[in-house]
Design a protein around this ligand. Structure first.
Ligand code: ZN
Length: 463
């Protein structure tokens, strides 16, 4: 190995990726390539050789690149586990040291990590990533939602598949592999059966998720980024992190369904919280009191915010039309925000629904908020399926015309505090939909869903 760039002998030999490839091409030619990479792998794994960038520091990523270049022989188990763990650190919610990997996240991880760097060479495989995650789960560092169906929805014996794969690839001996899969099994949330699902868009703050989950088994959250919810919950990562824009032919909702492996008939409804930033008169609080951005305050909305809102409108609209009257949605926005005046919104859904609510506004205080928390909503739930609570029936302040305990935008001389939720950040507290409200909407979704499939079954029976 005289040819290759050596650095810092004291800490082992540092080889650049280029040098390794060069060595394989020119010096090790008589060797079969696989044997060469296997040899290199052993050197890297035992720490004799470390992989360096062309000019600069040693990087883990570069070690992985050698692994990829080596047709998956190099590094093997440890490298895959490390790559999976690194990915999870970035994109998966962690509570008390345990990652909660959701179906959509598992799928994204596989997509990201198996993306080959150059064609023609063997890549990291899907199976390797699944098994790496199983190793992490076996160490009780992750709970994992798994949904592995075969062709035509047939049950796949994936646990056994992975166990056999681990043995075959020499990750573990037979007995050990069994132990790993048994231990991992305790952390696996198998989702093979049909599940009642709500897709929640704009869920970065986990706004309606808790409430929806009181009624349905699964909420697939999709948002543009993750948010810190505060010390009580830590950083919450949406199941699907994506820009809100159409991907090829897929709308945002369709993307959430395919990445989250949601079957069409499992979706009982859509919940969308329109980004309250630019559409809220309260935006900018703390910087310039009471002065908002957005159309309501006569200012332009950021182009990317507009694009996100338009992508939401398009995807909800398409979802509704495809359902032929059966697909339900619920969109909420702060009551006095500018969304109702946004022309594409008006064209698709009007200025908001009524359902007997005064001015089409639902009051959060009717659902337990300490401030009035007015929401404007757009929904195709019928009044038989869902009706909002009347604030005067549920809130003493609304009934008697007295001040609520808290206030979203304090006026001059108003010393009431803004909405708070112990253990949560102010942003999270403000963005949280009262769980009883979200739960009541989810019950409406379920009613509509039940009627729809009952009707369909009846029709099928008659045919
Ligand atoms: Zn009230």
């Amino acid at each position: 190995m005289g040819l290759v760039g050596e650095r810092g002998m004291r800490r082992g030999v540092y080889l650049t990726v280029g040098a390794i490839e060069h060595a394989q091409r020119d010096i090790a030619k008589p060797w079969p390539a696989a044997a060469f990479w296997k040899y290199m792998a052993r050197l890297v794994d035992t720490g004799v050789v470390k992989v360096a960038k062309e000019h600069g520091e040693l990087g883990e990523e570069w070690g992985l690149r050698v692994a990829r270049a080596g047709g998956g022989i190099v590094g093997t188990r440890e490298r895959r586990v490390r790559a999976a763990a690194e990915w999870m650190q970035k994109y998966v919610t962690c509570r008390e040291g345990v990652w909660e990997v959701k179906i959509g996240q598992l799928d994204s991880m596989v997509q990201d990590l198996t993306r080959g760097e150059s064609s023609g060479r063997a890549r990291v495989t899907r199976q390797e990533i699944y098994c790496a995650v199983m190793v992490i789960a076996a160490e009780k560092k992750a709970t994992v939602q798994v949904r592995m169906l075969g062709k035509g929805g047939a049950k796949r014996e994936w646990r056994q598949e992975w166990e056999e794969w681990m043995v075959q690839e020499k990750w573990f001996g037979a007995g050990e592999a069994r132990k790993v899969m048994d231990a991992a099994g305790l952390q696996i949330k198998d989702m093979e059966r049909e599940i009642l699902t709500v897709i929640e868009g704009g869920a970065g703050y986990y706004g309606a998720t808790d409430g929806l989950l009181q009624e349905v088994n699964r909420v697939v959250t999709i948002d543009r980024e993750s948010h810190n919810l505060g010390e009580l919950r830590g950083r919450e990562h949406p199941e699907i992190t994506a820009e809100f824009c159409r991907k090829g032919k897929q709308t945002v909702v369709e993307m959430a369904m395919s990445r989250g492996k949601v079957h069409r008939r499992e979706v009982v409804g859509l919940w969308f919280s329109a980004s309250c930033g630019p559409w809220s008169t309260g935006n900018g609080l703390g910087k310039s009191k009471g002065v908002g951005k957005g159309p309501h305050a006569g200012q332009e909305v950021e182009p990317e915010e507009l694009q996100a809102v338009d992508a939401m409108i398009e995807s909800v609209d398409k979802f509704e039309r495809k359902g032929k009257g059966g697909n339900r949605y619920f969109i909420e926005n702060v009551a006095w925000g500018g969304l109702k005046d946004h022309p594409p919104m008006k064209a698709a859904f009007g200025e908001g629904s009524r359902h007997g609510a005064r001015e089409g506004i639902v009051m959060g205080c009717a659902y337990g908020l300490k401030h009035q928390g007015p929401y404007r909503f757009w929904t195709n739930l019928t009044e038989e399926e869902w009706m909002p609570r009347v604030a005067e029936d549920y809130c003493v302040h609304c009934r008697e015309g007295t001040q609520h305990e808290e206030v979203m935008i304090p006026g001059v001389g108003d010393h009431r505090s803004r909405p708070t939720l112990p253990g949560y950040t102010m942003e999270a507290a403000r963005n949280r939909v009262p769980p009883p409200l979200a739960a009541s909407v989810a019950r409406g979704f379920l009613k509509a869903h039940e009627t729809r499939w009952k009707k369909k079954r009846r029709r099928q029976d008659q045919e």
